[in-house]
Design a protein around this ligand. Structure first.
Ligand code: T46
Length: 137
């Protein structure tokens, strides 16, 4: 599984840091939705699903958290701990988010409006979708 990390430029000066994120420039899709996850307890695990069509970039703007990515053949874990770094997640990838540090904020830039029909929440159904993706069916 190839992971794509996107690095954002920090415009720092004596006052602090600023990161600007622009669709189709910094993000390889039009951004239709932004949501963020916060106030998450340290022992909480979220996600447990894949998406059919959705593309997303995950940025931990404050604190840190881990993202488990599973393409049905391989699992990889990514630590997000920089507000200047985004993780691109496209295709049929199972994801779990965990080990949120106190005060962590996970911001997600998404290519589509919220649509429950785009979620694959059953792991066996995900495995079929992942296999179809891998074989180009
Ligand atoms: C994903 C990971 C990284 C909405 O009403 N609108 C939204 O745009 C979203 C994302 C969620 N919701 C509602 C649906 C649930 O009642 O918020 C509640 C929590 O959502 P969910 O349980 O899906 O949250 P996570 O953290 O398991 O997953 C989320 C995204 O849903 C998902 O697309 O990739 O973050």
């Amino acid at each position: 599984m190839n992971l794509t990390m996107i690095n954002f430029t920090a415009h720092g000066d004596s006052r602090g840091q600023l990161v600007a994120i622009e669709q189709l420039r910094d993000i390889p899709f039009e951004i239709k939705r932004i949501y963020y996850i916060y106030d998450t307890l340290p022992d909480v695990r979220r996600g447990f699903h894949a998406h059919k069509k959705l593309k997303q970039v995950l940025v931990c703007t404050s604190g840190k958290c881990k993202i488990l990515l599973d393409d049905g053949r391989e699992k990889k874990t990514v630590m997000l701990d920089k507000p200047t770094e985004g993780l691109l997640v496209t295709g049929c990838i199972w994801r779990e988010m965990y080990d949120f540090s106190p005060g962590a904020v996970l911001m997600v830039l998404a290519s589509e409006y919220y649509d429950e029909a785009d979620y694959i929440r059953d792991y066996d159904t995900f495995l079929k979708c992942a296999e179809e993706n891998a074989t180009g069916e």
